[in-house]
Design a protein around this ligand. Structure first.
Ligand code: SF4
Length: 330
């Protein structure tokens, strides 16, 4: 498998005047070409910060405090963490990496027709606008939209259609990696399904190679993800093949998340509230040792003192929990 992007020991903090929020704290992972990775966690687990990290969208007060991020461009790794946000944006956004932000449906300016966004994209990449507009017509068809709607204003399209229009435009330059941050959370069930189909279709057609899908709802991505990153309090607690996690989650937090999916309460699922007792960790002053220990039913003495590392416990399976690292011998 070819690595497309790798993150090594990254720490991304929000440096506020009076405090530092350790939103992503020492995480490492890689994204392979051709895979769909789900990033799952409660609100405040650091998953959106992680998505910003992937495409170096570091806007103050968010700062990359430590670590490296490499993106493969034309067969060579470029260290994007050594570049400014502006440079990464100019060189790689749209072409190599594209993001569908959480608020994509509402991010469009009401006074601009959809075609204007295509023209802007063309201009910023030195492409003839008419050429890209032709491509946009095709792409609109591919995502199930009428190409004539390029001449419409965003408010003339429904929420689900706007979302698809954003995806169509964001993928016009055939980026290798598409990062989608909670793209389905504002949609109804029917539109959620359509959106997942659209994303998978773009991947099958080779328009995008890999997809990172951020969500608080495991149920959304269980049908499409190859691997899953589970975040808790700024840390990756489990990173495994999807089937293995569904078959038997190893980290107690993953078990809790899966149980919340099974809850009959749709309220709990849609709002991303876990059925795990206790409140999410405070990221300004996180708990000592394993950050999950105040909520973990299996917490041992060592869990309060020492931080479990994310280690490979079997092929295709990484877990940060002493239960799976021979805690008794430690
Ligand atoms: Fe629970 Fe300890 Fe494992 Fe953390 S390391 S999840 S506290 S058992």
């Amino acid at each position: 498998k070819e690595v497309l992007l790798k993150v090594e020991n990254a720490k991304a903090y929000y440096k506020l005047e009076k405090a530092t929020v350790k939103a992503v704290d020492n995480v490492s992972f890689e994204i392979y070409e051709g895979e769909v990775i789900g990033i799952v966690g409660e609100s405040g687990s650091g998953k959106t910060t992680l998505s910003n990290l992937i495409f170096m969208n570091m806007l103050k007060p968010l700062t990359l405090v430590d670590g490296k991020i490499f993106l493969k461009v034309e067969g060579r790794f470029e260290e994007i963490s050594a570049m400014s946000r502006e440079e990464v944006k100019r060189r790689f956004w749209g072409r190599d990496i594209t993001i569908i932000p959480q608020s994509a449906m509402n991010a469009l300016m009401p006074t601009l027709k959809m075609s204007k966004y295509v023209e802007h994209l063309a201009e910023s990449h030195g492409i003839e606008p008419s050429e890209l507009l032709r491509k946009a017509e095709e792409r609109f068809k591919e995502v199930g939209l009428n190409p004539l709607w390029l001449n419409r204003y965003p408010f003339e399209l429904s929420g689900g259609m706007r979302q698809r229009a954003v995806i169509a435009i964001a993928t016009l330059l055939n980026p290798k990696l598409l990062v989608a941050d909670e793209p389905t959370s504002a949609l109804d069930v029917v539109n959620q399904k359509v959106l997942l189909q659209v994303l998978m279709q773009l991947k099958r057609a080779g328009i995008v190679k890999s997809i990172v899908f951020i969500t608080h709802d495991i149920a959304t991505i269980r049908q499409i993800a190859d691997r899953m990153i589970i975040m808790y309090a700024g840390k990756i607690v489990e990173f495994s093949d999807m089937e293995k996690i569904l078959e038997k989650p190893l980290h107690p937090y993953t078990t809790g998340l899966l149980n919340s999916v099974l809850t009959p309460e749709p309220e709990i699922r849609t709002r991303g509230i876990s059925v795990i007792p206790g409140a999410p960790a405070n990221l300004i002053n996180p708990p000592s040792g394993c950050r999950f220990h105040p909520r973990c039913p299996y917490a041992m003495d060592i869990c309060k003192e020492k931080e479990p590392e994310l280690i490979e416990v079997e092929t295709g399976r990484r877990v940060a929990c002493f239960l799976h690292q021979g805690a008794k011998e430690l």
